[in-house]
Design a protein around this ligand. Structure first.
Ligand code: B12
Ligand code: SF4
Ligand code: SF4
Length: 307
């Protein structure tokens, strides 16, 4: 007998937990008209910097049913990637999300398993998985699904898990029982992230000016890093975690148990000098399964000499 909707939603959440996801929420699909104006302004003002792909598929970003015809339910998951990582002075700093294997694949593989599980319960279910790269407002959906709130640093933060969590979305054409949450903000009067950001990239509306953000400048940006920002990178060579490091909600978070996120030995052991001497071939071999490939060899080398 097919499970009823509330029972099925619970089973999906259990399955998600069994697959290694720390959080899972389910909401019904609808256009996010309330974010239309803000996204428009963000793009108009050029806060997406050189990420031209951000300005494409504007309508799809607002309305996920344009991504999966007949989409009814949106399942949002989060996975902890936190590792204690305090490299010594002679080593460069990678942001924590890039210490292990590429999260896109790690999350997507598990989301496909979740989709298979749902198909076993509701035969014929059509669905798509999204992790990072598609026009889906992952943080806004995660907040709506009750996974946390959007902090002043623009990150989705959960009271137990903090913000070192990846987000992923599974969009399906079957109806489910949905979570209902009131949206609460737990930043209070804190402004630590805004004060700590070395480049002033965090705006008052909880959005980021990518032109100033060291994460953008060291990863997505293909050109030179403007001198005024290059000076602020210090020995950070791939991404930036400063606005998460200072956040009190990350003080007590536990390390991830996902094996694929174990730091690469080279990241833990190579000195800045050693990194400066790697060939393009070595770069591709070390980072073959890593998100660090996103910077490209030239970008990676540029980051090593900036600062
Ligand atoms: C573009 C992008 C970037 C850009 C721009 C950052 C930004 N904040 O927009 C750059 C390159 C700078 C970047 C950096 C980083 N990123 Co990034 N990035 C994205 C991406 C692909 C799109 C985000 C986006 O649409 N931005 C455009 C603006 C318009 O949207 P927005 O900030 O999401 O704002 C909306 C919400 O905040 C919402 N909102 C605002 N207030 C409120 C209030 C309420 C109540 C609600 C419901 C909603 C809401 O409305 C806004 C739109 O109107 C997402 C993946 C995805 N597809 O969503 C990952 C994503 C946001 N990034 C992620 C990560 C890990 C990072 C870094 C930590 C990486 C690093 N260590 O270097 C940094 C963090 C920088 C920071 N403080 O935000 C994770 C964040 C996980 C989390 N816990 O939040 C995501 C979700 C990827 C993933 N799948 O896990 N990123
Ligand atoms: S990631 Fe770094 S540069 Fe970007 S907003 Fe946070 S602290 Fe500022
Ligand atoms: S540092 Fe403070 S203001 Fe910033 S996100 Fe964390 S709690 Fe919110």
């Amino acid at each position: 007998m097919m499970a009823g909707k509330p029972e099925l939603s619970l089973k999906i959440k259990d399955k998600a937990a069994g697959l290694g996801f720390d959080l899972c929420g389910i909401v019904s699909v609808r256009p996010l008209h309330e974010h239309r104006e803000e996204i428009g302004k963000w793009l108009e003002k050029g806060y997406h910097a050189g990420m031209t792909y951000m300005s494409r598929h504007y309508e799809k970003r607002i309305d996920p049913s344009l991504l999966v015809p007949g989409a009814r339910s949106l399942i949002v998951v989060a996975m902890n990637y936190y590792h204690e990582y305090n490299p010594e002075d002679d080593k460069p700093v990678f942001s924590k999300y890039a210490l292990g294997q590429d999260y896109h694949k790690v999350l997507k593989d598990r989301l496909y398993s979740l989709l298979d599980f749902i198909r076993g319960k509701i035969p014929g279910t059509e669905g798509r998985t999204f992790v990072d790269t598609a026009p889906v407002l992952e943080k806004a959906w995660a907040a709506k699904a009750g996974l946390g709130w959007i902090g002043r640093n623009s990150m989705l933060i959960n009271r137990d898990k903090g913000s070192y969590i990846f987000l992923g979305v599974l969009l399906i054409n079957a109806p489910l029982e949905y979570d209902r949450h009131s949206l609460k903000d737990y930043c209070g009067s804190c402004r630590k992230c805004i004060d700590a950001c070395p480049t002033g990239a965090i705006m008052e509306n909880r959005m980021i000016d990518s032109n100033k953000c060291l994460s953008y400048l060291t990863i997505e940006n293909k050109g030179k890093i403007p001198q005024e920002y290059a000076e602020k990178t210090g020995n950070r060579i791939f991404g930036c975690d400063i606005c998460q490091e200072v956040c009190p909600w990350n003080n007590k978070v536990k390390e991830t148990t996902i094996k694929e996120f174990d730091p690469l030995p080279e990241i833990l052991n190579y000195t800045t000098e050693q990194w400066r001497n790697i060939s393009e071939e070595e770069y591709h071999s070390i980072f073959k399964d890593s998100a660090v490939l996103r910077a490209g060899y030239r970008g990676f080398m540029r980051n090593l000499i900036s600062g």
